[in-house]
Design a protein around this ligand. Structure first.
Ligand code: MTE
Ligand code: MO
Length: 362
């Protein structure tokens, strides 16, 4: 047990706290490199961070899609061949607040701005390797990891431990059972001792504090595929759209919300863009609320599964209020729209965000 739902310190200049979750303030990325340091990475907890003894921990694999049950200890996992990859994790609700603030639509859930996303360098064992060692059968269809954090109770209903099936094709593709974040053992808040990292998919798929994995020859479901994390209401089919998988392109400036800048001198506006659908191919910035756009300079554009950094230079001509916009296009040709489709739970907001800036004479 810990004092609060999150273990690490949450200084107000780095985080906005929403109940058991903490959002990164984007100005925290100014002067920081490509990766978000663990002490600045956003935290999305359904309940609270459990503190788990790695030496006593085991990962249990079981179910009708395995020849026999099999378990792995922490040391055993660390002794297997590892991979190290830069992967972005983003909450499906990132940007939710803009359904309300920009589109005047009522949605429920954590009111994130854009700070529920981050890239870290994850090291671990490919889930495919562990599934093969465990004797996954050709008939396996779904793989369901489950966390060791407390059961999730909402409105008096106990939904059990956080868990959600991944189709076997994705599980065997690029999923990692990660035990290191940015070269250090996973910190408690990010899944110590071991978590899944499921590239390009909504953050929920990346189950933290994983304790067991069910491998099944029958399709699996959980409240996280039947009730939550699907598009409900608005133009969506009755009962909701399919369970959410990949996230669309988004962009953020490395500025405080409501930044104040000096007039009459050039400013380098930096930001980052990402998409679960592939590489970012271009980013455009508007400093006049969308009347005109100009290309941002991308820094090393060829990154899948993570983000692309960019900048433009802006010399604000006069004092006053400005709205800065950034919109990215990914390799599928999809560009961030000016409006995001409404859904009651406020998932997958990916419209262009109107970023307020005040320019003053100094
Ligand atoms: N795993 C468990 N066991 N419990 C959780 O509450 N939250 C999920 C996912 N994995 C969660 C979990 C959600 S919704 C997100 S967005 C990511 O973890 C956030 O990962 P982070 O807290 O490391 O940023
Ligand atoms: Mo999430």
């Amino acid at each position: 047990p810990t004092a609060g739902p999150i273990v690490k310190p949450l200084p107000p200049e780095l985080f906005d706290v929403h109940g058991s979750c903490a959002e990164m303030r984007w100005e925290a990325m100014r002067g920081v490199g490509y990766h978000v340091p663990a002490d600045r990475f956003f935290v999305r907890n359904h309940t609270r961070t459990p503190v788990i003894d790695a030496a006593a921990w085991r990962l249990e694999l079981h179910g009708s899609g395995l020849r026999a049950p099999r378990s792995f200890g922490y040391r055993e996992l660390l002794a297997l061949p590892s991979v190290t990859r830069d992967v972005l994790i983003e909450c499906a609700g990132n940007g939710r607040r803009f359904f309300t603030d920009q589109q005047h639509q009522e949605v429920s859930g954590t009111p994130w701005r854009l700070g529920a996303a981050g890239v870290a360098r994850w090291r671990g064992v490919p889930l495919a390797a562990v599934l093969k060692l465990a004797g996954i059968t050709p008939g396996a269809v779904d793989v369901m990891p489950r966390g060791l954090d407390p059961c999730y109770v909402a409105d008096g209903v106990d939904h059990g431990r956080v868990r959600r099936p991944i189709p076997v094709a994705k599980a065997l593709d690029d999923v990692i059972l990660a035990y290191e974040m940015n070269g250090e053992p996973l910190p408690p808040d990010h899944g110590h001792p071991v978590r899944l990292v499921v590239p390009s998919w909504i953050g929920l798929a990346s189950v933290k504090w994983v304790g067991d994995i069910e491998v099944s020859a029958e399709p699996l479901s959980s409240p996280w595929t039947t009730e939550f994390y699907r598009m409900l209401g608005g133009e969506h089919p009755p009962g909701g759209g399919p369970p959410l998988t990949v996230h669309d392109a988004k962009s953020a400036f490395e500025l405080p919300w409501g930044a104040v800048l000096a007039a009459g001198r050039p400013h380098v506006l930096r930001g980052r863009s990402w998409s679960g659908r592939g590489r970012i191919t271009s980013v455009e910035v508007s400093v006049d609320g969308g009347a005109s756009w100009r290309p941002a300079l991308l820094h090393g554009a060829h990154v899948a599964r993570a983000w692309t950094r960019w900048h433009v230079t802006w010399n604000p001509p006069a004092s006053g209020s400005y709205t800065l916009l950034a919109r990215a296009t990914d390799e599928t040709g999809a560009t961030q729209p000016m409006e995001s489709p409404y859904n009651e739970l406020g998932y997958l907001f990916n419209a262009v965000v109107r970023c307020p800036v005040r320019v003053i004479n100094v």
